[in-house]
Ligand binder design. Sequence first.
Ligand code: ADP
Ligand code: MG
Length: 497
Amino acid sequence: MAEEKVLSVNELVINFKTDNGILKAVRNVSFDLYRGETLCIVGESGSGKSVTSKAIMGILSRNSIIEHGNIMYRGENLLEISEDQFYKIRGHKIGMIFQDPLSSLNPIVRIGKQITEATLVNNDKLKLMYNDLISDDLIRYKNVVAKMNIEIDNEKKKLDEMISVFEADKENLTGEQIAARKAELAKKKRDFKEYKKSVKIKYNDKAKQLKMVLNETEKRAKDQVNEYKNKITSEHKDKIKELKLKLSAASDLREKEKIKAEIEKENLEFVNKLKITKAEAKRRAIEIMREVGIPEPERRFKQYPFEFSGGMRQRIVIAIALTASPEILICDEPTTALDVTIQAQILELINKIKKERNLSCIFITHDLGVVANMADRVAVMYAGKIVEYGKADEIFYDPKHPYTWALLSSIPDVDSKEKLVAIPGTPPNMIYPPKGDAFAARSSYAMNIDFREEPPMFKVSDTHYAATWLLSEKAPKVEMPKIVSERIRISLEEDAK
Ligand SMILES: Nc1ncnc2c1ncn2[C@@H]1O[C@H](COP(=O)(O)OP(=O)(O)O)[C@@H](O)[C@H]1O
Ligand SMILES: [Mg+2]
């Protein structure tokens, strides 16, 4: 079975304007998220994990600059869609849980209201039904258009870059040189126009065809929704008419009261078919509160955040994320602020709902120890880059990057009470990211080339890659730190038992 990609981050580059200069927070990050999997992103504080997840959620701060890249979700580049559309996706199809549950809850609004809010914003059932009916074809069409635009944009960016380089150089050039550069640029512009035309032609047929299919589907969906609406409306009218006739025929007072109650019930049921009512939203909220392990949800529904413990608050945040039935759940250090026992419970809860709802999950943490029980795949981030990624087993049993070794050495071992090895030094200042392998300055395995040239992603297996010169053919053979190989040996032995 081919794995289905639900989210795809491609060549993402994000900078921040700061008083001290341009800070390079995310430096060419790419990864895919597959349906039903948990991808863990691990790295020390400051490595760019939260910035990456904020980019996906569209909540980067104002001083951010997205230099390059795209984030594809359901045929849309999330970096380019309108605020309005994003609002529908954020917290709808993609849910997020942050480190500090307090900051994502409103202290002066009752828990119940905070959980039902999202449901009540998109409460038009007929509209939801329509969107469901057209969604597959809409995505197919948008995918093609987005691909086309990305191809064109990439070329456009190159052209813009050349123009701005020229503008910057201008002062130092002679008139002749300027003329030559202008001519060169004019040619590039013409080339770009041609290129754009050719890309459009390339995609035109496919896009047209999919658009036609979409138009058909939209028409059919509209008819279907209308038909349904007419059916339930006329059924409702008939029923009311019948009841009113009965009412006027009835002579007995108790009989009359009974029929009146029936009319009321019918009216309510009819409204329930058209929209999600407050009562229904409440019922759903209580169900979800139960799902995330909140005891006495009916009573808790009316309480304020301060009446909940840290762990219970995080459960509420998870409940809020779940009300919209998201497809993707991003958890950014969801347990860092909690004490150890509560931490384990929340991790277990996330695993449980992930399985039950077949969610795709991006789980972010600085603690590789937490990852072992969560991850299907792991991406190790350092200084704004992914330096190693692979299946969880590959990262834990066959790690290749010295930074991954360092992270593995620093996991405290509960059983042996071994002293953990802190990673020496500190992460680099990302206003001046180091050349070559950014981890070199802190690594006892660094070679000369590590300080000069950036290592490419070397392939270890079809699913495992690492960016370290140690994997180059010319590199001397080195062993990973003893503490890491020992632990691997022990856990392999335990697994074999
Ligand atoms: N709004 C901001 N302005 C300037 N720098 C920022 C901003 N947000 C994050 N950064 C910087 O970007 C880098 C990555 O941060 P972040 O993604 O939060 O790291 P982490 O991996 O700990 O989540 C850090 O150097 C951080 O200081
Ligand atoms: Mg963070």
